[in-house]
Every structure is written in C-alpha cells, then in structure tokens.
Design a protein around this ligand. Structure first.
Ligand code: BGC
Length: 745
C-alpha cells in the first residue's frame, strides 16, 4: 500500500528489528529497552529529567505539530514532536491524507482496515518527522450531541476497543508512538475543562473504560492521554484510581500518561502522584499564565515539589523511565524520525477511497409505495435520463469535522465560509467554518452519467429544486452536519442557517421535505459527524450515511450510489428517533456534574431494555445483495470461552460484504441490558456463495463487574444476525458457568 520510494533508511533498519519481534524476540527487546532506559536514566541530571516530562509550550513544535518536548543532545535523546492525527495529520501544506473520520472507520467494522488506517497515519507522521500521534480517540458515544463524536469509535466498547487496538498496532509498526485518548469518560464538550462525570464503578468498568482496556491490552499504545474532565470528583489527570490503580496497576500499562492540553492538570503533586507522566503543552515558565490563564505545572513547580518532598524522586524517575522505554521499544532512540520527507499522496488517496467505500452505511433503500418500482439504489445509468442533484456544496466537495482532529484541505478549501474567521467562543482557536475537501460528488455522478442531463441546485431555492425534481428520474439531496471539538450540538436535526450560520445557508429539513413531496425518487446523502434525526424519513426512498468521508468522498459516494461498490458499513451508533430517547434530555450547560445515572442503559443497550424503537438500530446497514444466516451452533468450552458457528449465505444478486454480528444475552439475574455485542466478522461473499463461520468468544466478553470481573452463572443466549435488531437473526441458548476472571484494584 505504501509506496516503496517513500520508505526511508532508518525505517528499513527498523523493519528488521520489527521482524525479529514478530519471530518471538519481543520480550527480549522489551527487556533491552528497560535496561537501556535505566542506564540512560542513571546519567541524567534532575533538570534533564524534568525537561523530559513537560512540553515546551503551545505551538512551539519546530515542525508544526501540536506538542513538542525538546531532546537532550548530550544523551542522544531526540526531540519529540507530536501531531494531532485523529483521521489524518492536522498539518497544513504537507499533503497529509484526510481519511474518513474515525466514526466512519468504526462503521466499517473492519479491524484490518483499522490497521491500515493506523499504518498510513503512522507512516505519514514519521515521514514528516513526528515521533508521536495524538489520535486514537475512543470515548463512547453516550451523548451523540457531543461535538467530537466523529473523532471516536461509536457506542460499543468491544467494537471501539478492538478497532483502536488494531489502529495502534498499525501506527506503532511504523515506529511512531500510538495513543488512546481521552482517558476517561470524556463524553461531551460542554464545560469540558470543569465537567464532572459521575459514574458508578460497574458502569465505568463495563462501558467507559472497557474500550481503553481492550486497546491497552491488545494494542499496547505507548501513550494514554488523560482527559480534561473530572471523573467522580477528581480531574482525570489527577485521578489515582484511574491512572495508577486501574491503567498502570490492573492493566499493566507500561507506557506513559500524557495530559490533555490547556487545563487537564491543576496541581503538580496531585497529577504526578496520581500517575500523569507528561504535561502538555507545558511551558518554559510554569508561572506564565498561558492560553487559559492558569499556568503550567511540570516545570519549575515540579522541581519545587521534588525539593519539598511532595513528589518523590522515584516518581520522577518512573515518569522518565516510562518515556525512555517507549522511545527504545518503538525504535525512536535508535532511528529518530527525520523531518522533511514527502507524503505519498497517491497511496493516501487509495486508502482514503477504500476506507470511505467500506464505511458508508445504507440506512434506507425502498421503492416509493405508490409506484412500487425497484429500490432506487443502486442507480442504473442506463435507465436514468434526468437526474437532479441538490445542496450540500456537492458541486465542489465534501464536508469534514473540525477542532484538533481536523485535517487541512490539501488543495484549499472547496467552500467559502459564510462567516470567515469565526472561532469557538470558549477557547477561541477552533474554526466554526468547516473544511471542505475538493472532491465533488456531483462531478463523480456526472462522470457516470455521460448520456443523461444532470442538473445541480445549490439548495437555497427549495421550490425550484422541487420543481426540477418532479421531472427527474432521480433526485439526490446532499445534507451536511458540521461538528467540532469544543462545541456540542443543540440537537441531532440537520442544521439550518440559524443553528450553523458559518456553514448552512438554508433549512435542510425543509429542503428535503419540499423535494421529497414532488420527486419520483429522493435519495438523501448525509455528510455527518454523528447521528441525525430525520423527520422526513418516510417521505424519501433512500438514505446513505457517508459520514465525513475524507479526501475521496466524492468518488466514494458515487461508487456506492451506482453499485460499483456494494455498501457494507453498519452503524456504530444508534440513530435515535428523537433526542427524548437519549440518557439526558438536553446537555445541561449550568451544572458541571454529568450524572451517568442511566447506568448501563446507553446506546442500543438502552433502546433494547426500554423496548424503544430507534430510527436506525446499532449494527444496521443495508446491502444491494441479500444474506441469510443458518446452522447456528453454540459450544461453551471448559475454560469459559464460547464457540459459535453458523453459515452465512449470499443469496442475492451481487457480491458484497456482510458484518455478521453476535450478541449475547446474559443470565436474567445478572442485571445486564438484554444484549451486548460479543463478536463479529466481516466477510465478502460472491453471489450464491455461502461460508461456515466460526468465532471463539473469550470468556471476558460475557463478564460483568462487581469488585472484579466474573462470568455470571445461568441460562444465556446468543443471537447472530446482520444488526442488533435483525428480525431474521438466529438465536440459541446455552449455559454459562460462574467464573471469576480477575479481582479489582
Ligand atoms: C484535545 C486533544 C488534542 C490536543 C492537542 C486538546 O484540546 O482535547 O485531543 O490532542 O488538544 O491539539
């Protein structure tokens, strides 16, 4: 995938050491890393140690990244530059690849893609001289109005954790430090520096910490970023229970904890003694007010704390040792990244296209009842004479999310902002204007319809668009929903000019209603950062969630619409029928306490337990072919693992990939919601092909928390199907035996 000409020499040398690891020398290499780190540590002065545990200040990275820890030449410790890289590197002018948002990655349900996603980002980071990536967001989508939902991996802990582990492996195989963030329970942006997530230990363990646990244990990220918010009254970066007892203690995390930026740390001793190992962005002078006027904590103040004995020397050594071990383990000491390389744009585009095509979710595809023709998708170029395309700036590009996760548009922004220069009102650095990648869906549609008349309306005149739609064989309406760090959405409806003056010039819901009332076929394509409510859903024939689809969004959308690629994405978050169905009715802007008093009833767990019908269920996603499940067998093993096998057949007309999902219902008295995801497999089948699939589900996937992990005893069930609510899914019962897996901290 990565062009060989872009691989540099130190990397080749490192590839050899990676190959050695793969052949079983990993622990030896780790021992070496620790031994070397200890030797180096013994040579360091206290000032040198302190210089390694804080950044040099905001925007100080000489190569433009979000964080910078200068090196120590005398000791051969290279400078550490970190760049934001949620779905590509947030660095202007370097041709970095804007991949589809991480929420889209989650919608692919494809661990192999997650690995390639991480690999590409890691490779580009190293090519540009960065040792660490500030990506890897995995806060669960309890509150889909959270402005950062697009940066995370959905609402299910197993799906999110598995994909993050794979992404991390991909990045770290490129000898770049991988990351999991924001640890933990950083579920919304409102008042994010002060908010306090109040959550029970059981819910913490089973839901909000679980993706981190999976990613830390399976992916071994070098860095965990602790969050801004408080968790049960303690700042996440000053939270001994989270950082020392659980992360480093129970889970054995041997990397380092990096603070989130600006105001995650509020006290030197509390942060250091709780387990934070590096303060970012840091400052040359802790007493300078800095961006939010609160100063910093891990420079002169740390020195004073060491002198005063409130932070022990051993703790400073531990902070430094953790970092040095990671630098040795990931080959950064031996072959530091060298800035100045060229990103391989073609390789990036190739993955961006594949990832976008793998992640779009076909939510609805049904013929208009009154005319009962075929389903509107895939579009058949031979039968289309007139097509109308409306709105969403589809003539020029596709939307992307904002904040630190933004990836600059490589060829300039496709859309002129309606409020140029507008920034968020809290911190004043995040753009209210979206990035639009120059990748026009309209152009890609036109290419596929050389003989047809394709007319574009910009959406501002709903009446004109509707009149044209009435004459067209098909009408495709593009709708966009901008989301960004620092700002939560007021609701999940498609924004209008009032809600989002920077990016919207008209009422998108009214436009869709107007078009749908007259069109023969209305197809809605969403470029969305989270779930969307759809008051018009019964009036349109097809809905495609394209998410923020990245640099190749235009061609990817067209290839799905025309059936060159059969859609295979599945929802990683529930689309609620209304905000009333969410755990909190509204985001409280006055009370910093965010009570997670819904307990485990979050995401699909909530809809199932309360027997509510969502707009579109978790795991839902249609295909242009048809899959049938049969032959379900469940075998519990003596070691507590459960084996499940079934046959999946593609009995429809075309090839396609299905995400076969396995859900477990735990014994009735376990206090668990009706079902949880315990496994899945994404498989491509040719038309007429069937395959026997078998998955081994580790005992941990059936466990619940009560001062430790245990598997509850009793009658349980397994359900296999194409979504969490597949009416044609298969079900079988089996018996779980009680089993203690691990004791708590
Ligand atoms: C975000 C982090 C990001 C950091 C550096 C913070 O505001 O929460 O996710 O990595 O900024 O840009």
């Amino acid at each position: 995938m990565l062009g060989s000409k872009s691989i540099n020499r130190p990397l080749l040398a490192l590839a050899i050491s990676a190959a050695l690891c793969a052949t079983g020398h990993a622990s030896e290499q780790d021992n070496n890393a620790t031994a070397k780190a200890n030797l180096l540590l013994a040579r360091m002065t206290q000032d040198e140690k302190i210089s390694l545990v804080h950044g040099a200040g905001f925007f100080t990275s000489p190569i433009g990244g979000g964080g910078y820890v200068p090196g120590i030449e005398r000791l051969g410790i290279p400078p550490l530059n970190y760049a934001d890289s949620s779905s590509g590197i947030n660095l202007a002018g370097k041709n970095t690849t804007p991949l589809p948002a991480t929420l889209a990655l989650a919608a692919s349900w494809d661990p192999a893609l997650a690995n390639r996603y991480g690999t590409l980002i890691g490779h580009e980071l190293r090519t540009l001289g960065f040792a660490g990536g500030l990506g890897g967001g995995t806060n669960l989508a309890r509150e889909p109005r959270n402005g950062r939902t697009f940066e995370y991996l959905g609402e299910d802990p197993l799906l999110a954790g598995t994909l993050l582990a794979e992404r991390t492996k991909g990045t770290q195989a490129q000898h770049v430090l991988g990351m999991a963030k924001h640890f933990a329970v950083n579920g919304q942006e409102t008042d994010r520096f002060n908010s306090n997530s109040v959550v029970s230990e059981r819910v913490l363990r089973e839901l909000y910490l679980r993706p981190f646990e999976i990613a830390v244990k399976d992916g071994q990220p070098a860095v965990v970023m602790c969050a801004y918010n408080k968790v049960n009254g303690e700042k996440a970066c000053e939270n001994k229970h989270l950082l020392s007892d659980i992360l480093k203690g129970e889970w054995g995390f041997d990397g380092y904890v990096q603070s989130d930026w600006v105001m995650a740390v509020t006290d030197t001793a509390r942060a250091a003694n709780s387990g934070t190992d590096e303060e970012e962005p840091g400052s040359p002078d802790d007493n300078q007010p800095g961006l939010m006027g609160r100063g910093t904590w891990f420079n002169q103040k740390l020195k004073a704390a060491l002198q005063g004995g409130t932070v022990a020397t051993q703790r400073l050594d531990d902070m430094v040792r953790r970092k040095l071990v990671m630098l040795y383990r990931h080959g950064i000491m031996d072959a530091p990244p060298v800035p100045g390389g060229q990103v391989d744009r073609a390789a990036g585009d190739k993955l961006a296209l594949y990832a976008a095509e793998s992640s779009m979710v076909l939510l609805k595809n049904a013929p208009k009842a009154s005319t009962s023709q075929h389903a509107p998708l895939p579009l058949d170029a031979k039968r289309l004479h007139t097509v109308v395309v409306v709105g969403g700036h589809a003539d020029v590009g596709v939307m992307a999310g904002g904040g630190s996760a933004a990836v600059p548009a490589r060829d300039g922004n496709a859309v002129v902002c309606r409020t140029p220069g507008a920034k968020d009102s809290v911190i004043g650095i995040f753009d209210l204007c979206a990035i639009w990648h120059k990748s026009s869906p309209l152009e890609a549609i036109r290419v596929r319809l050389p003989g047809a008349t394709v007319t574009y309306f910009d959406g501002s005149d709903a009446t004109a668009a509707a009149a044209a739609a009435a004459q067209a064989d098909a009408t495709i309406v593009f709708a966009t929903q901008y989301t960004t760090e620092q700002i939560d959405l007021a609701d999940l409806s498609l924004p209008d000019a009032k809600r989002d003056p920077a990016n919207q010039g008209y009422d998108q819901n009214a436009l869709i209603e107007a078009v749908a009332s007259r069109a023969r076929n209305t197809i809605v394509v969403l470029e969305n950062g989270t779930a969307v409510t759809m008051p018009w859903v019964d009036k349109v024939q097809a809905v495609l969630a394209a998410w923020f689809p990245g640099a190749q969004g235009g061609p990817a959308i067209a290839s799905i619409l025309f059936g060159e690629v059969n859609p295979s994405g599945k929802l990683p978050i529930t689309f609620p029928a209304s905000e009333q169905d969410l755990p909190q009715q509204a985001i409280n802007t006055r009370n910093p306490d965010v009570d997670y008093d819904e307990g485990l009833l979050m995401g699909y767990r909530r809809y199932d337990a309360q027997q509510r019908t969502p707009l579109f269920a978790f795991g839902h996603g249609l295909s242009y072919t048809h899959f049938t499940y049969s032959n379900l067998h469940v075998t519990p093993y003596v070691n507590g693992d459960v084996s499940v096998s079934f046959t999946l057949a593609n009995d429809g007309p075309r090839g396609g990939a299905e995400v076969a999902q396995v859900y477990a219902g735990l014994p009735a008295d376990s206090g668990e919601p009706p079902q949880r995801l315990v496994g899945w497999q994404k498989v491509f089948l040719k038309p007429g092909e069937s395959r026997n699939l078998s998955l081994t589900l580790p005992a941990a996937r059936f466990s619940v928390w009560s001062d430790g992990w245990f598997v509850p005893q009793g009658e349980a069930s397994l359900k296999v199907g194409g979504s969490s609510r597949d009416a044609h899914g298969l079900r079988a019962s089996f018996t779980l035996g009680k089993r203690l897996l691990s004791a708590g901290a």
